[in-house]
Write a protein that binds this ligand. Sequence first.
Ligand SMILES: [Fe+2]
Ligand SMILES: [Fe+2]
Length: 292
Amino acid sequence: MNDKAGAVALRPRAVRFDFRRAPLHWIPGEPVASHAISGLNLILPLGERGFVEMFRRALPYVADDELREQMIGFMGQEAVHAESHNQAIWEFLRRHGIDPEPILTEVEYLFDRAIIRLDTLPEPLRHRVVVQMLAAIAGIEHFTAIGGDWLLNQDFEALGADPALTDLFRWHGAEEVEHRSVAWNVARYFGARRPRLVTIYLGVSVGLPVGLLAIAWWLVRQDPTLPNMGPVRVVREVNSGMRRGVLPRWRLIGRGFASFVRADYDPQDTGDTAQAVAYLAQSPAAKIAHAS
Ligand SMILES: [Fe+2]
Ligand SMILES: [Fe+2]
């Protein structure tokens, strides 16, 4: 197990956000980039619920006390992330007339059915599926660590971005950096080998950006202040946002893939724990929750 990962005891932090004043285009003058990042609010809660469900099923098989503690801290953090992005859906997107509820209800129904189905599988097969999912989570968590590091270092203030949403994404990004080794350690503990991890990561590297672009396109179409844009136009706008430095560039994903496939890959090499913990100590949402 990665010995550096134990340096910080993971725990969920209480946070309190207030999105009521956030404009829909929360990065001024950057409607498509605003939607591209806002799309995380739609994709993350379900994904993080999935992480918690899989870790809950894996936990009884873990005899290593340090890893168990990391997993419990990880589950607590991911559960609060999911709750906070859900809050953003209702307090921010719905307030601006964008209602993803019908789609989310449908997806949640399918998710719940998949979980029920998993639990009815015979034990050896169920265990194999859980291990496969743990390998996928290790890949996704490399992705979220890269994104988290970008969010932490992005100068949203220079762009005049809304402070509440900036804090939401940076706080989340900081905790992703903080717990970046846990899923990797869990997957390795369960015997997931590098070829499998890399193959799954290839799927993650393609699937996540495509999913995020699709969600950005959906948000753009729901936005009555924007002209009707097709998917190609949205991708072009996203690319131009990347060139202006408002969105993370494709090469960041490429570099992330290159580091993941290296034989000496170490999740700790992505991001900076000290920077993440320093941000978490002064995150406005954590301070407000702490004071109340
Ligand atoms: Fe998260
Ligand atoms: Fe995470």
